[in-house]
Design a protein around this ligand. Structure first.
Ligand SMILES: O=C(CO)COP(=O)(O)O
Length: 142
């Protein structure tokens, strides 16, 4: 689990930052990718470089989704806010969908993030099963 994407809506940013700081040691040797504002805050909190993509409403969720489809993300931590509506809700849904399509572990709340982070599989450098979509690709190109 080397490259981790982290995203939080405004109403969940404080929770994500507190959680990340609690596990700062874990994140030190990981490559972190994030949507714009989340990434800036993470970088400040962890004193570490974070690849900051566009802000979520400006396409950041879609950029992370593209990285997932390119097999470049090992874990998505996405603290989305279930109590506020987002102008880019289709992008939010699309990002979560791609994580499921590509069998990426996804944590949408702190409890799940805790379970994944403390899983014995993380220490074993867990290799997820990458789905074989070759028949789908063939169908699309015919
Ligand atoms: O809106 C977001 C995710 O959908 C997060 O974007 P920011 O990290 O730029 O606030």
């Amino acid at each position: 689990m080397k490259t981790i994407a982290l995203v939080a809506h405004d109403g969940k940013k404080a929770e994500l930052l507190a959680w990340v700081k609690q596990h700062a040691d874990f994140f030190q040797d990981k490559q972190l990718v994030a949507t714009g504002t989340t990434g800036r805050l993470l970088s400040e909190a962890l004193h570490k470089d974070v690849l900051c993509l566009a802000s979520g409403p400006l396409g950041g969720d879609q950029q992370i989704g593209a990285l997932i489809a390119e097999q470049k993300i090992d874990w998505l931590v996405f603290f989305w806010d279930p109590l506020s509506s987002q102008p880019h809700d289709p992008d939010v849904k699309a990002l979560i969908r791609l994580a499921v399509v590509w069998n990426i572990p996804v944590a949408c709340n702190k409890a799940t993030a805790d379970f994944i982070l403390t899983s014995a599989l993380v220490g074993q450098d867990y290799q997820r099963t990458v789905p074989d979509f070759s028949s789908h690709n063939n169908r699309l190109t015919k």
